[in-house]
Design a protein around this ligand. Structure first.
Ligand SMILES: [Zn+2]
Length: 136
């Protein structure tokens, strides 16, 4: 199933392809201070693919253990995607909020990556995140 969305101001667009209907996924709400403060939850499927368009509009930042990069729109500051380089692939998860207006997403389940050691985090992300491609 293919889905598309944009950040609030429309400068950054994404296309995501998922093996299942997007309404069947449970977004994962990370319980770290950063994500809790922004009520962020993430959606991905290890067999999915994500393309991010106009990615030059994005600015990256790091927080917490600094393993992952958070990409936000430089105009509206929406967080679009979180990524990490794993085994020479860019893996990531989208901010579920980008689809909550168009679709009836399931309530988020709480996850706690902050309790994992750095290597455990990478292993976990490698099994749940999807492939990400940044395009201009
Ligand atoms: Zn924007």
């Amino acid at each position: 199933m293919n889905y598309s969305s944009t950040c609030s101001c429309g400068k950054v667009a994404i296309k995501i392809s998922l093996p299942k209907n997007i309404e069947e996924y449970e977004p994962r709400a990370c319980d770290c201070d950063f994500c809790m403060a922004r009520s962020l939850s993430y959606l991905s499927d290890s067999n999915g693919q994500l393309k991010v368009y106009h990615s030059s509009e994005l600015e990256p930042f790091k927080q917490g253990s600094e393993q992952a990069s958070f990409w936000q729109c430089s105009s509206c500051h929406d967080l679009v995607v979180v990524t990490c380089e794993i085994d020479n692939h860019t893996k990531g998860a989208i901010n579920a909020r980008m689809f909550e207006k168009q679709y009836n997403l399931k309530p988020a389940v709480s996850v706690s990556p902050k309790t994992l050691a750095p290597e455990e985090k990478l292993n976990r992300w490698n099994t749940v995140w999807l492939k990400v491609e940044f395009c201009d």
